[in-house]
Unconditional design. Structure first.
Length: 180
């Protein structure tokens, strides 16, 4: 029988649902500066850092009129104003409580910035719930590369054969949580 001693949790879509809020903040920032964008841009950039997104905006859609940092600052300002709209994924806290009661170690693994995580912590105290937290500053390459997960495994006293990564699509993840 397989004995699991560690679960690595993806942040967005498993713990919180911030993608709609990030997309809203990016959209409002782009509209503020009248930057035209394709309809699929927000879905296409899920899981990517703001730097990657706004590098694309600055270099491709705005053709270098403003820097990536300029747009990131604008988006961050908008996001801070709407952060209270953020919701935890339904069923996450009861699931995590069961995991902790079984003595299973946990890590939060994300490409999110430390400042984004800090904003969420101000509302939900997420960092306190995990044994380890990995953010964008902990690895050079971010998702979709496996580097953040590999870093978490390296930093925790685990074997990969006894670890699980929780990165299911949100809809499936919600159903599975209800089944636990």
């Amino acid at each position: 029988m397989l004995s699991i001693n560690t679960i690595l949790f993806d942040f967005d879509g498993v713990v919180i649902d911030s993608e709609p809020l990030h997309a809203k903040a990016k959209k409002l920032a782009l509209e503020k500066y009248k930057i035209p964008y394709p309809e699929t841009i927000f879905d296409d950039s899920k899981g990517r850092t703001d730097k990657v997104f706004f590098d694309y905006i600055s270099n491709t859609l705005d053709k270098g009129h403003q820097s990536s940092d300029f747009y990131q600052d604008s988006k961050k300002s908008v996001f801070e104003k709407i952060i209270n709209e953020l919701k935890l994924i339904e069923g996450f806290l009861p699931f995590l409580e069961k995991v902790k009661m079984k003595g299973i170690r946990t890590a939060l693994v994300s490409s999110a910035s430390k400042s984004s995580l800090a904003m969420v912590d101000n509302i939900y105290h997420i960092s306190e719930l995990f044994d380890l937290v990995i953010t964008e500053v902990d690895t050079k390459r971010h998702k979709p590369y496996p580097d953040p997960y590999l870093k978490a495994l390296e930093m925790m006293p685990v074997t990969t054969s006894q670890s699980v990564v929780r990165i299911l699509p949100m809809e499936l993840s919600q159903q599975r949580r209800r089944d636990v």
